[in-house]
Ligand binder design. Structure first.
Ligand code: G
Ligand code: G
Ligand code: MN
Ligand code: NA
Length: 255
């Protein structure tokens, strides 16, 4: 409850901010930064509170709708400004809550935000988890179809950790799957993690989806992913999530 009321004032106090984690393309000699995932941070009384802790509170109170719009506006404008400063192809990934997809005007709001920021729809990736797709799927389906028809890319986040009904992959208009970091963490030394990661990458490719491996921390994982033909990866090996000016340094080649 204390968290809840502090959170109610967080956006007003400017305690919310976004950090950006690089997403890299692996084919070619050198991994290439092709996009960033925006991740929300709340700095409260001098410490960062994890989104795992405060997003559920925002969802419960309904404030996730306003905060979610703010995240989208902020991320789209930031990435647009990087695009205009020498990174014309840079993509912007944003995580969604199911409450956002349940708004009947959500796709229209996203279209407005894109127009306002100048970011091309094809540069925006919206990330959704399997469990979010479970809830109220008729509305979700309608909403995702509308977003896809705008040219926005849709990614299934944390793949393999939810109910993993493969039906979702057929039923929803998805473009990308993100292999959950729990599988990448064990690969390549743990046989089971390796088998699951390999199967998800193969499944994605057979369905014509781009596959992003999450949580890459070691060269051995990168070598394994390269061998499996996984084209995209994200994780501490490349970079931790960074404040905008720190990501700028990376884009400038200063880091
Ligand atoms: O950085 P990490 O600890 O950053 O994020 C933890 C979880 O919070 C992840 O599952 C991530 O998808 C989620 N998350 C981070 N930022 C946002 C956001 O802006 N909106 C939503 N809905 N989830 C977010
Ligand atoms: O949206 P998603 O649930 O995928 O959120 C990504 C989460 O993973 C964030 O909490 C982010 O800070 C975290 N993360 C990003 N890279 C790594 C990594 O290499 N290792 C680990 N353990 N976590 C990571
Ligand atoms: Mn994500
Ligand atoms: Na997520």
């Amino acid at each position: 409850l204390e968290l809840q009321s502090a959170l109610a004032q967080a956006s007003a106090r400017g305690e919310l901010r976004l950090v950006y984690q690089p997403i890299c393309q692996l084919d070619g000699n050198q991994p290439q930064l092709i996009g960033v995932e925006a991740l929300l941070r709340w700095q409260h009384q001098g410490r960062d509170i994890s989104p795992l802790e405060f997003i559920p509170c925002l969802e419960e109170s309904g404030e996730i709708l306003a905060v979610g719009d703010w995240v989208l506006q902020q991320a789209c404008s930031q990435v647009r400004s990087w695009q205009l400063n020498g990174q014309p192809q840079l993509r912007c990934s944003v995580n969604l809550s199911s409450r956002q997809l349940q708004q009947s005007d959500f796709a229209a709001r996203v279209a407005d935000i894109l127009r306002h920021s100048g970011l091309p729809p094809s540069s925006l990736v919206l990330e959704i988890t399997e469990s979010q797709l479970m809830a109220d799927s008729a509305q979700n389906l309608a909403c995702l179809r509308e977003l896809a028809s705008l040219g926005i890319q849709l990614a299934l986040d944390d793949f393999g950790t939810g109910y993993s009904s493969l039906g979702y992959l057929k039923r929803f208009p998805l473009h990308i799957i993100k292999v959950d970091k729990s599988f990448i963490a064990g690969a390549p030394q743990d046989g089971e993690s390796l088998a699951i990661s390999r199967a998800i990458i193969g499944l994605g490719h057979s369905l014509g989806l781009a596959v992003v491996a999450e949580g890459v921390e070691k060269q051995a994982q990168l070598d394994f992913l390269g061998g499996e033909g996984c084209h995209y990866a994200q994780g501490y090996w490349f970079s931790r999530p960074r404040a905008p000016h720190e990501l700028q340094r990376l884009l400038n080649g200063e880091d």
